[in-house]
Design a protein around this ligand. Structure first.
Ligand code: IMP
Ligand code: MG
Length: 333
């Protein structure tokens, strides 16, 4: 039986620091389960654990704390790359195999999907076969985890969460609102749902959701084929200071200013209760506090003015907001 579930969602175009927030929340130790609810090897979550850097793609961050972790049925999984990732995390001393499970309904990424995706030039995908796996799923011609993985790696989320034991779940999302298949800037989107609804699709009844934690960054980034970056003397500095290069592909991320209109929209559609805004230190180092609100680019003098203004506008415009936390790289939240 589900006691409660907290959901992490990205309010921008991914790479906002969801991994860091999930890692911090797991450290508090209240969750019995962590579930990844969408995406596949396209995701790259960077985690700093006891000073060491780890990048995960498929595996929920819960394994680092020995929490039972599930790749949910809304995800797609590449068995070869998953095995490589397990080995990498084992080298870090984590007991991955004991804590990692895949829902039997989860779809599998086949080598031929990766090959097809590697030819993409239109969207600027991560070339991980993600879109092809979802295409085959919806075409009802896909292969599911239950067809190919050993039974000891498989789980049925229904049995796990709706049985006799009480569970407290952290749902960890991938990508972000601007990349959502429906809400994003189609066709420059990913092939899964990146909203709180996606967590619900993974087997949690809506009324069991306690907190919806929206993650944003103090500026915007995007990786993909569409032009996104505008002209600013600061963007190159932000890219360097913020280390804005893809965790999965190493591509430079395009930069733009924090967009309040988009964050408010994403926060309201997701019904977020809490917002974490990461990487404020990058703007502080660069010394530029720009944002876009009601379609206009504006500038503030300093970090505190930036925080105060954005907090005020979000609090006024987001129906369900309870808290806004600002965070600097890389450890504290
Ligand atoms: P795909 O998900 O690999 O098909 O890529 C579709 C679009 O989503 C491309 O613009 C990718 O760069 C972007 N994308 C996919 N996953 C991520 C992510 O985890 N972070 C940021 N961008 C992503
Ligand atoms: Mg990422």
């Amino acid at each position: 039986m589900i006691n409660y579930a907290d959901v992490i969602v990205d309010l921008q175009a991914g790479d906002t620091g969801k991994g860091k927030v999930a890692h911090t929340k797991c450290a508090i130790g209240v969750y019995s389960h962590v579930v990844r609810y969408n995406g596949g090897g396209n995701a790259g979550h960077t985690i700093y654990h006891k000073g060491e850097k780890f990048v995960t793609h498929f595996i929920p961050v819960g394994v680092i704390y020995g929490i039972k972790s599930i790749i949910g049925l809304g995800c797609v999984v590449d068995p070869v790359k998953l095995e490589e990732e397990i080995i990498e995390l084992e080298k870090g001393g984590f007991n991955v195999r004991e804590n990692l499970f895949i829902d039997k309904r989860c779809h599998v990424i086949l080598p031929k999907y990766v090959e097809e995706d590697s030819k993409d030039v239109k969207i600027g995908t991560t070339k991980t076969g993600n879109g092809q796996a979802y295409r085959e799923k919806h075409n009802r011609t896909g292969v599911r985890a239950g067809d190919i993985f050993p039974p000891d790696m498989l789980i049925d989320i229904y049995e796990e969460f709706h049985g006799e034991n009480w569970v407290e779940i952290l749902f960890e999302g991938a990508q972000g609102f601007e990349l959502d298949i429906d809400w994003g800037d189609y066709p420059y989107v990913t092939s899964s749902h990146c909203t709180v609804g996606s967590a619900v699709l993974n087997g949690v009844p809506p009324q069991k959701i306690r907190k919806i934690i929206g993650i944003a960054k103090a500026y915007r980034t995007y990786v993909g084929a569409k032009p996104f970056e505008t002209d600013s003397e600061y963007f190159e500095m932000i890219r360097e200071e913020g280390g804005e290069f893809g965790a999965t592909t190493g591509r430079p991320r395009q930069i733009n200013w924090f967009n309040l209109d988009d964050v408010i929209k994403a926060a309201n559609i997701n019904g977020v209760t809490d917002i974490v805004i990461n990487k404020l230190d990058v703007l502080e180092k660069v010394g530029a506090f720009h944002y876009v609100y009601k379609g206009e680019e504006c500038v503030l003098e300093n970090s505190q003015d930036f925080i105060d203004f954005i907090d005020t506008v979000i609090t006024k415009n987001c129906y369900s907001i309870v808290s806004i936390v600002w965070s600097r790289s890389p450890y504290e939240i």
